[in-house]
Design a protein around this ligand. Structure first.
Ligand SMILES: [Zn+2]
Ligand SMILES: [Zn+2]
Length: 159
């Protein structure tokens, strides 16, 4: 049976809360709201979009507060930063140490995290072999998601 997007989000939010409780991380109401707003989006969400999303619940939140909240969520593995968009996505496997690998649609901006560390491990072994010191490792693949690729095929098929 298909799980609705809302059920899926509730499950992920519950998992994040359990992770926070287990590790003594304070998921304050603001942190929870910011995380839930990121979780609710299929796309990576920028800080200013988050400010707008919070406004109905909290009024105008100072940007520095949102940046601090994002730093907390990043540092504790709740979210990843998509460097090419300067935006954030919810992590698909909180509590499992890993580096981010993402498929990002050029057309609708849907962002999907690819779990699994094989590729990341391979890269992090290759770089030192080249004498290269890695400071940050994020793999972002841009292209078209399945529905957009399908739509693009239909577009080109039109006379
Ligand atoms: Zn992740
Ligand atoms: Zn797409």
């Amino acid at each position: 049976m298909a799980v609705s997007h809302a059920d899926h989000q509730a499950t992920r939010l519950a998992r994040a809360e359990a992770h926070a409780a287990l590790h003594g991380l304070a998921l304050t109401p603001l942190r929870r709201q910011v995380y839930a707003a990121i979780l609710a989006s299929e796309r990576a969400v920028g800080a200013y979009e988050l400010l707008d999303a919070l406004e109905p619940q909290r009024g105008r939140v100072p940007p520095t507060t949102v940046y601090r909240t994002l730093d907390f969520l990043l540092a504790n593995g709740f979210v990843h930063r998509i460097e090419s968009k300067n935006a954030f996505v919810a992590c698909c496997e909180i509590g499992v140490p890993h580096r981010g690998q993402f498929l990002i649609c050029d057309r609708c901006s849907t962002t999907v995290e690819i779990p699994g560390d094989e590729l990341a491990d391979q890269l992090s072994h290759t770089a030192p072999a080249q004498g290269f010191v890695v400071h940050r490792q994020v793999v972002e693949l841009s292209g078209l998601c399945a529905p957009c690729a399908h739509a693009a095929r239909l577009d080109t098929a039109l006379p």
